[in-house]
Ligand binder design. Structure first.
Ligand code: URP
Ligand code: ZN
Ligand code: ZN
Ligand code: ZN
Length: 484
């Protein structure tokens, strides 16, 4: 059955225009003024609204076993939370358990994601280095359709990898046409600072923030950028929270390196005073890595989105209940790291970005959908309102308002880091591959509606980078033979 979205203004990353959108077979088949409705087509009114590509959140952790707890939102509730906020696709992280192969981790994640209500894809984590990992990476790329590998430079003794492991894996990414991702924090320094703080009696959630200053992040970001350059691959830095990391990315870009930065919506509007809250549960609910920063860093991140030195706004949605967070009472290093945000990302970014004039609505679309679709090599299947693209769409009402509260959220946890924040600009109707998945609070998507999205290697940036690195690589100097 076809659907005609009528009377709205289509917003893409490069252009906004008054246009109707015709959908058939899950795809967009026409975009234009005053389109004819085919016989039997469902008509959806978008008068006074924007019609935008559905949000893509490239950084989520559903049902993840992490720091001894399993994150509370699974693929069903996580994707439902996303849909209710205009996000039609998530990219989650397959993280092999210690000693587990990447291939087994992939199968485990595919199984967990069977109940997804919206489309999804995966990144694969590299948590150690061995000939087996080297070989498995090829299968992950060529057979499983995953072109991104995540590296944790933090979480010493658990997920953290060292510089030699980074270099080996980045080299392999360059060979395979894949993109490495890094969680940039110096895990050795964090571990030392945590021990010092605990010894001095700083045991509450504020210790989390003190043990991970911006320098810890900026140093690791710089290091990863330099290693990526030496290994000959592009780089994507997840959850960029501070000026130090933004500065490293800015300098690398100006020097001709392909480096992408992903701030989180939490970092743009919430600051480190949250960790000083007298209510332990409140402060622990905001514990994530890297932690929230002060206004100077927030301004830097906004400027990065405006100038294009930062590319994508994500959430790192990794929700833990209060009971799970209380694992760290008396020792902040045991508070499971992670916050929610999936259903709030678009409304909060619109309110804090577009309504204040920091972002145009086209830049909003770029930061929430198009840029990541291009970086992850799935554009224009995803990330565009364009003929041939998947009909993952949001009808966005820029005048409607919503006050965020945990009582009404879809996410399964009892609190919300944006509690009480009022947004003007919210989704009215959300389409997932042509079907209405959510409409004004009515969740229509069902478990299993979501599909896995394969992503091929050798994105344009990888290809260009490989050519340049080939031309500029060290070569032997031709010399006449020396006859001894
Ligand atoms: O605190 C966070 N960010 N938790 C999720 C795991 C990660 O580091 O991305
Ligand atoms: Zn299964
Ligand atoms: Zn991380
Ligand atoms: Zn994460």
């Amino acid at each position: 059955m076809s659907t005609l979205i009528r009377g709205g203004t289509v917003v893409n990353h490069d252009l906004s225009q008054r246009a109707d959108v015709l959908i058939d077979g899950g795809r967009i088949v026409a975009v234009g003024e005053k389109l004819e409705a085919p016989a039997g087509a469902e008509i959806v009114d978008a008068g006074g609204c924007y019609v935008m590509p559905g949000g893509i959140d490239p950084h989520t952790h559903m049902e993840l076993m992490f720091m001894g707890k399993v994150s509370a939102d699974d693929f069903e509730w996580g994707t439902k939370a996303g849909l209710s906020g205009g996000t039609t696709m998530i990219v989650d992280f397959c993280i092999p358990a210690p000693g587990e192969s990447m291939l087994a981790a992939y199968q485990a994640w595919r199984h967990k994601a069977e109940k997804a209500c919206a489309d999804y894809s995966f990144h694969m984590a590299v948590t150690q280095w061995s000939p087996q990992i080297h070989d498995e990476m090829e299968t992950v790329v060529k057979t499983y359709g995953i072109n991104t590998f995540k590296h944790f430079m933090a979480y010493k003794g658990a997920l953290m990898v060292n510089d030699d492991e980074l270099y080996n894996s980045f080299r392999r990414c360059a060979q395979l046409g894949a993109l490495p991702l890094v969680h940039a924090e110096n895990g050795d320094v964090v571990a030392r600072m945590q021990a010092d703080l605990l010894a001095r009696g700083v045991t509450g959630p504020e210790g989390h923030s003190y043990s991970r200053p911006p320098e810890v992040e900026g140093e690791a970001a710089n290091r990863a950028i330099m290693i990526a350059d030496m290994a000959g691959c592009p780089l994507y830095i997840v959850h960029v929270s501070c000026e130090q990391t933004h500065d490293a990315i800015r300098r690398a870009k100006q020097a001709g390196q392909r480096v992408f930065g992903e701030p989180l919506v939490q970092y743009l509007v919430l600051d480190d005073s949250e960790y000083q809250n007298k209510d332990w549960d409140y402060a622990a609910g905001r514990v994530m890595s890297p932690p929230f920063r002060n206004k100077k860093h927030q301004d830097s991140l906004w400027a990065g989105l405006q100038s294009g030195t930062l590319s994508v706004v994500a959430t790192d949605h990794c929700s833990f209940t209060i009971e799970q967070k209380r694992n760290g009472v008396g020792d902040f290093t045991k508070i499971p790291n992670g916050t929610g945000g999936l259903e709030d990302r678009l409304p909060v970014l619109w309110n804090a970005g577009v309504n204040t004039g920091r972002l145009t609505k086209e830049e909003f679309v770029a930061a929430t959908s198009t840029n990541i679709a291009r970086i992850l090599n799935m554009y224009p299947k995803k990330g565009a309102v364009r003929v041939g693209s998947d009909a993952d769409l949001v009808i966005w009402d820029p005048k409607a308002t919503k006050t965020i509260t945990a009582k009404k959220q879809v996410s399964r946890i009892e609190y919300n880091v944006f509690e009480g924040y009022t947004c003007t600009g919210v989704p009215r109707t959300v389409f997932s591959r042509g079907r209405i998945a959510w409409h004004e609070g009515d969740m229509r998507a069902k478990p299993g509606d979501g599909e896995f999205v394969r992503r091929e290697p050798n994105a344009p940036v990888n290809v260009a980078n490989a050519i340049w690195k080939g031309l500029t690589q060290p070569k032997p100097v031709a010399r006449p033979d020396i006859v001894p």
